[in-house]
Ligand binder design. Structure first.
Ligand code: MIC
Ligand code: SF4
Length: 645
């Protein structure tokens, strides 16, 4: 039987275990990336591991999320990350250089290599033929310290692309179509591998748009073959030597498949408030638009922005629309300044902001009350823009730019206007934004710790019974934005969990933190796909700080489940989903003899929870790997590592 590309790369990196779906394996991790909003925790944890130099081939610390500096906090975090990066041999990318995933694609990604990033959109690297995985900060810290990563082997799901996209239809519409078909949990436990003739018509940055939003499918990662387009991309980036051809065997077998005819696709949009709430732009109709935001790690590449410049050239942004553009990297902005495209964009009335995540994470540019905001981003969860009642639609750059001119959601294929595919440009690395650790006596580098940087909470090893109060009963598809909201007000506290914890679940239930503090020990009950979205381990650390000991849900999103285990919080799954309805918020749930139960679950796969008031016993699936069980018994990953040193 032939091999999938995903398994070929995993096999090349396999250190322990069997490459069989559901088995736990350890792989060599070639590269890591961090960004600042999760990075402070990563580097605090790395410091706690007492290592000298990182063990990876390449590790980069990007500053791209918390770039608004309304107080000292974010700037202190940047300085902290820079100093730790120097000390441990990590490349530092200064604020203003651009968005981690776009920059990594341009400057460091290599086909066939593995990459672990403390950001859920790390799979963007799959556009280059990498196995690029998003993970919690602690997993990335460990990957830097050891050069390895352990994961449960996913299935490989094939998306076969046929034909070719029509003008005004682009990669964003492809992934929105996939999301419509598979939903936000369709990728859980899977790697999505793209194949077929249609792949040839997509550039590396188009592919990266698609693999980027594989995160919204809940997939472990997504991957494209490395072919002549990959070669061309690397050549344009001045990195010819990094090219290697990679593809699946012709007779590779997959665990499922979806076929998409690119030629039949039309412009799509994800309606409020979920990336899988997808419809065609035509069906949604010409709704009035208040804000258009172009950028983010999904759609801020050079060719995306050149298309935007082409559409805006000689036109004027509609009087009722605020158009804001945040380019993906300094190189892109520089090139567009040189070729005049930036001038065309500015002349149209667009607001150009920093090369950073910006509005995508609510770092400014929150739309007005009740606004319709079209965004080329990847997430439209309620309130993420910073305006709770805003209606955010996710669209392609083409749809965004045309709608900004018309003032209403517009379908380019119906516009009668022509649009050309922009040529790629030749780039040189902008070294002015990069600080290399080499050349410094890094061991003496003093770590700079601002007053807002507090120690991260550590779990405790469980013993006897865990008696909890259910401090929240939540519904399906709870996001990590719901659990630990992020915006310009809260992001400066990513290195201060005690402060951040006060805002845990704030948007769903403002009394949650207070109730937890009163209860002492707590549990949470959740529905399907609990913890989808971002990789922020704060969504586990804040509950840990508030006394949450376990979560029972119908199912969990991958990264959040790992973050809970890393923190020592036990994620349990209802064996009978109907039990969800039987538990009331405020109930007292007990995990009796937890140490014995955890140990026995290795054989039974079951842990029972007692609801004393209702007089009921719930059977929960405890499908932990051996390592996960050990970590839970130790009260979290750091405790486990420390006790095994
Ligand atoms: C996001 O897009 O939600 C973020 C902000 O990039 C997160 C990381 C974080 O919460 O800091 C992610 O995707 O992992
Ligand atoms: Fe940044 Fe948005 Fe991408 Fe997250 S999704 S890395 S906030 S641009």
């Amino acid at each position: 039987m032939g091999k999938t590309l995903a398994y070929k790369i995993l096999e090349d990196h396999l250190l322990e275990g069997k490459l069989v779906p559901g088995e736990e394996i350890t792989i060599k991790m070639d590269q890591t990336l961090t960004q600042d909003s999760t990075g402070t925790m990563v580097y605090l944890q790395l410091e706690a591991m007492d290592i000298e130099k990182v063990k990876t081939e390449l590790s980069v610390a990007y500053i791209d999320h918390n770039t608004l500096q309304t107080g000292f906090e974010n700037a202190d975090d940047h300085a902290f990350i820079k100093s730790v990066a120097q000390r441990h041999g990590v490349i530092f990318s200064k604020p203003g250089n651009g968005i981690c995933h776009q920059l990594h694609l341009e400057s460091y990604g290599i086909p066939g290599k593995t990459l672990l990033g403390s950001d859920s959109h790390t799979p963007t690297g799959g556009g280059l033929g990498m196995i690029a995985i998003g993970a919690g900060g602690l997993d990335v810290a460990v990957a830097m310290a050891k050069g390895t990563y352990s994961l449960t082997v996913p299935e490989v799901f094939k998306v076969e692309l046929k034909g070719q996209l029509r003008p005004w239809v682009s990669a964003k519409d492809v992934i929105l179509k996939v999301l419509q078909e598979l939903t936000v949990k369709g990728g859980v436990g899977r790697i999505i591998e793209y194949t077929g003739e249609g792949v040839k018509s997509l550039s590396v940055t188009d592919r990266a748009t698609i693999t980027n939003m594989g995160a919204e499918l809940g997939a472990t990662t997504s991957v494209f073959p490395s072919d002549e387009n990959t070669k061309a991309f690397l050549e344009h980036e001045g990195r010819d030597a990094d090219f290697v051809e990679l593809k699946a065997d012709d007779d590779a077998e997959y665990d499922g498949e979806l076929v998409i005819d690119l030629g039949e696709l039309v412009p799509m949009a994800a309606k409020p408030h979920s990336p899988d709430n997808v419809d065609t732009v035509e069906a949604i109709g010409e709704i009035k638009v208040d804000q258009v935001a172009i950028g983010s790690c999904t759609n801020s590449s050079y060719t995306d922005l050149m298309k935007v410049a082409q559409i805006l050239k000689g036109k004027k942004v509609h009087p009722d629309v605020s158009l804001v553009i945040s380019p993906g990297s300094s190189k892109i902005t520089e090139k567009m300044a040189q070729n005049g495209a930036l001038a065309d964009i500015i002349a149209s009335g667009a607001r150009i902001i920093e090369n950073a995540c910006g509005p995508c994470i609510g770092m400014g540019q929150s739309p007005k009350s009740g606004a319709v905001s079209l965004r080329t981003f990847n997430r439209n969860f309620k309130g993420r823009s910073g305006t709770n009642d805003a209606q955010v639609y996710l669209v392609s750059p083409e749809t965004a730019a045309l709608s900004a001119i018309n003032g209403v959601l517009s379908d380019g294929t119906k516009s009668g206007l022509s649009i050309d595919q922009p040529e790629m440009a030749d780039f040189v690395q902008n070294e002015s934004f990069i600080v290399y650790p080499e050349g410094h006596d890094t061991s003496n580098t003093e770590v700079e710790m601002g007053p807002n940087i507090k120690p991260f909470p550590r779990g405790e090893a469980p013993f006897s019974d865990i008696i909890t109060s259910v401090t929240l009963k939540a519904g399906d598809n709870i996001t990590t934005d719901d659990i630990m909201p992020s915006d310009s007000r809260l992001l400066p506290y990513r290195s201060n969990v005690p402060h951040l914890a006060n805002y845990c679940f704030e948007k769903i239930d403002s009394e949650f933190a207070a109730r937890c503090k009163e209860a002492g020990q707590c549990s949470i009950v959740g529905g399907e796909n609990y913890g989808q979205g971002s990789s922020r381990e704060h969504a586990a650390l804040a509950p840990l700080y508030l006394g949450v000991r376990f979560v029972i849900a119908k199912s969990f999103a991958r990264i959040h489940r790992s973050n809970l285990i890393n923190s020592g919080i036990i994620p349990l799954v209802f064996e009978d989903p109907a039990d969800y309805d039987k538990i009331e918020q405020g109930a007292t749930l007990i995990l009796e003899d937890i140490v014995d139960q955890l140990k026995e679950s290795a054989f039974s796969g079951i842990i029972t929870v007692v609801d004393i008031h209702a007089g009921k016993i719930y059977r929960c699936v405890a499908n932990f790997s051996e390592l996960e069980r050990e970590m839970l018994l130790a009260g979290g990953k750091i405790n486990y590592i420390k006790s095994n040193e």
